[in-house]
Design a protein around this ligand. Structure first.
Ligand code: ADP
Ligand code: ADP
Length: 229
């Protein structure tokens, strides 16, 4: 479930300068495809189109054969989980932030998600009173901790499709490796679109698409792309 197909996608934000100039690729159900390329290449634009923050001008994006333009943004949010570069948390408890999008989840389910994302101990160890408030006047979470909250949220939501948009780019090397390991677990058996700027962070992807100036410059596995260099 959750197969994504981009077909001859063209897009320009202002109707003038084209950002995507005929992009076609697929993310087969359960597989991971990474889009890499220099800043400004149009990588995040692809995820915004998938999410219908904007609509493609020509071409199409489909999920399991259905054009996303025929799906409401609300429905898309139900099937797509997103871990962005800088997770912005609500000024509320960590549990609230994990539960966001699945308000009916039980305490035990939230706890299990926190456990899987390896923040359960961290939350338990917090002094009473600060236990879970994040944001203003509350607890200041590090970048890695925020990403773990986003991962716990995704584990709880269990969407068939996952977008990892530079999810580790803002982290130091050690934290990046820890968060990457957690993301590898979350994306297993889930249709995953990874957006990254470095090839070295997407070695496990089933396919890598190299985007340059709005076109696909190269594609292949990590090994194939390295061999060609
Ligand atoms: P990448 O993710 O590869 O860094 P983006 O998809 O974010 O690239 O952006 C591609 C191009 O589109 C950039 O030149 C950027 O300045 C431009 N762009 C991004 N968002 C907007 C917007 N809302 N309005 C106009 N131009 C935009
Ligand atoms: P930008 O890079 O300009 O922020 P994105 O396409 O990466 O644009 O997404 C915009 C924001 O919408 C993300 O940063 C993310 O916080 C939020 N968002 C989108 N989908 C979800 C979701 N399913 N759950 C939580 N937040 C989401």
């Amino acid at each position: 479930r959750g197969a994504i197909a981009f077909r001859d996608v063209h897009f320009a934000y202002d109707g003038a300068r084209p950002i995507l100039k005929g992009i076609s690729f697929e993310v087969p159900a359960g597989k991971t495809v990474a889009v890499v390329g220099p800043s400004g290449a149009g990588k995040s634009t692809l995820s915004r189109l998938l999410y219908r923050f904007y609509d493609v001008q020509t071409g199409s994006i489909t999920i399991d054969g259905q054009d996303v333009r025929d799906v409401t943004q609300k429905s898309l949010r139900a099937v797509i989980g997103m871990v962005p570069q800088d997770t912005v948390l609500f000024n509320d408890t960590i549990a609230y932030n994990i539960r966001y999008g699945r308000v009916t989840a039980t305490e035990a389910e939230v706890e299990a998600a926190a456990e899987a994302a390896q923040i359960a101990d961290f939350i338990r160890d917090l002094p009473e009173g600060f236990r879970a408030m994040v944001g203003e006047r509350g607890l200041k979470l590090s970048g890695g901790e925020k990403q773990r909250v986003a991962i716990a949220r995704t584990i709880l939501k269990a969407p068939p499709i996952l977008i990892l948009d530079e999810a580790t780019s803002a982290l130091d090397t050690k934290t990046e490796q820890e968060i990457q390991a957690a993301l590898d677990v979350v994306s297993r058996n889930r249709t995953t679109l990874v957006i990254a700027h470095r090839l070295s962070t997407v070695i496990n992807a089933d396919e890598i698409i190299v985007l340059k100036d709005g076109v696909i410059a190269e594609r292949g596995t990590h090994g194939e792309l390295l061999d060609r260099d």
